[in-house]
Design a binder for this molecule. Sequence first.
Ligand SMILES: CSC[C@H]1O[C@H](OP(=O)(O)O)[C@H](O)[C@@H]1O
Ligand SMILES: Nc1ncnc2[nH]cnc12
Length: 291
Amino acid sequence: MTRAVLGVIGGSGIYDLPGLEGLEDVAVASPWGEPSDVLRRGRIGTTEIVFLPRHGRGHHYSPSDINYRANIDVLKRAGVTDLVSLSAVGSFKGELPPGHFVLADQFVDRTYLRPSSFFGRGCVAHVAFSHPVAPLLQKRIARAAEAEGIAHQVGGTAVCMEGPAFSTLAESLFHKGQGWDLIGMTSMPEAKLAREAEISYAFVGMVTDFDAWHEEVGPVDVSQVIHHLHSNADKGRRLVARLARDFPADHEPCPIHSDRALEHAVITAPEHRDPDLVAKLDAVAGRVLGR
Ligand SMILES: CSC[C@H]1O[C@H](OP(=O)(O)O)[C@H](O)[C@@H]1O
Ligand SMILES: Nc1ncnc2[nH]cnc12
């Protein structure tokens, strides 16, 4: 049995988690570079929580500048077993208006400026990623949303764009035409890296706008986005508090093996592995690389 540690990545508008007991800030070093901020550790009830604001406190990293590898690496080093990603998103559906939460479980990666794997030359690994979200964690979040009376949809597809500018009208109509639900700028490569690090991951998209497609609403209005960011942030914090309150003491083995994703993934023969890369992988892949 592994003790559960609930990680929370706060997105735009969520730079803190009030209500943590026994709070301490811990600067965790990573061989992958600078994470977005120090980790804030604490407890809600008996559940251990580790919180990291994705853009840093003060929001100084743009979506393309975030060191996603360092963020996931330090969360792994802190013992995080289950990770909830909170993210402000645009919606492609009239029935998913600002204020709605969407527990997306599919992603389309349209980013192009971000390293998206811990692995590479000298240690190649291929993890399964057809189902990026851990179903038991998603179910627990859905129950917490229900209990808190937060309007939400379970499941959905989020496209991740590079940003930081919002989409053109043509892009927005194209994305909507695909039948996708949401657009954001940060789910990728975060979700992929969590899988490589064998952390069970779930995503909460908190809708702030209708992107650019909506004829009556028009283009994204940043002042409206910020208004909704603030009201969503309060609900997001309530959601996490409820999730934590009812969280099991031990990590629940993931039925789709998101917590064992590296079991057969490393393909480079031991004698051909780059010792420097293997050393950097101590936290993420130590379980299978024998470190
Ligand atoms: C302020 S709206 C655009 C900004 O908000 C989202 O950030 P996050 O996913 O961290 O909540 C979006 O991805 C953009 O970075
Ligand atoms: N319309 C949008 N496009 C991309 N990211 C977003 N985050 C919030 N709203 C967004």
